[in-house]
Design a protein around this ligand. Structure first.
Ligand SMILES: [Mg+2]
Length: 225
């Protein structure tokens, strides 16, 4: 695997034209999503079906696990139907918990200053994306916002990256992709994206993660500037 190093940031950035950035956990604090799926939804599900919160949690975890890495996983309409709860409305209720990670605006301003093209590339469902962009105005920093539902495949699928390349016309040899999940990084790598970085601190409330693969990793974006 091609090693990314920042011994010489100037040299590194000279090799890059495009920067693709994941949203949840990478730009935004994943605490919102964790709290939503692991605390709020189990509470509401337990109330609805007369279960203990613990039983609701166990049942939900089984459902979640089955859909990981697919578009169902982030499809709010899928979960509304499956759980018989108004998932978008519940998200709205806690939208004040949606927060941008430290140094994100700094990085995006920096990339703009040094003339890089940027795309936010997310598996998030339209309704999540819309809520999060309304809350954070992050889209104002990006040249493109790409939702996996428009592509029809999740970022974990190698074909996603070929379709994205056709759409944005980037040179994969001069492209950097940053994500807090390893599946999308592996797929991007396999599809020929030369530079990938693992963002190791998705949630402000949890410690950094160690990747299972040998990815270059950062905790905060200040390490790239
Ligand atoms: Mg993520």
């Amino acid at each position: 695997m091609k090693k990314v190093t920042f011994d010489n940031p100037k040299e590194f950035w000279a090799k890059i034209d495009w920067v693709l950035l994941d949203m949840d956990g990478t730009l935004l604090d994943k605490y919102f999503d964790d709290y939503f799926w692991e605390t709020l939804v189990p509470q509401k599900y337990a109330e609805k079906y007369g279960l203990t919160v613990q039983d609701a949690k166990e049942e939900l975890m089984r459902f979640y696990r089955r859909e990981e890495g697919t578009l169902n996983w982030t499809d709010l309409d899928f979960w509304s139907k499956k759980l018989n709860l108004d998932i978008p409305a519940l998200k709205e209720q806690i939208s004040h918990l949606i927060k941008i990670h430290p140094y994100v605006e700094d990085l995006l301003n920096f990339l703009h200053q040094i003339g890089k093209k940027t795309a936010l590339v997310t598996n998030a469902h339209y309704k999540s994306l819309d809520l999060k962009l309304r809350q954070t105005q992050l889209d104002s920093f990006f040249d493109h916002v790409i939702c996996a539902f428009d592509v029809g495949l999740p970022k974990e699928d190698k074909k996603f990256w070929a379709l994205l390349q056709q759409k944005l016309e980037f040179d994969p040899q001069r492209t950097l992709f940053i994500d807090d999940s390893e599946g999308p990084l592996l797929a991007a790598k396999e599809a020929g994206i030369k530079y990938v970085i693992f963002k190791s601190r998705p949630s402000s409330k949890l410690p950094s993660k160690l990747p299972q693969n040998n990815f270059f990793r950062i905790e905060y974006f200040k390490e790239l500037m």
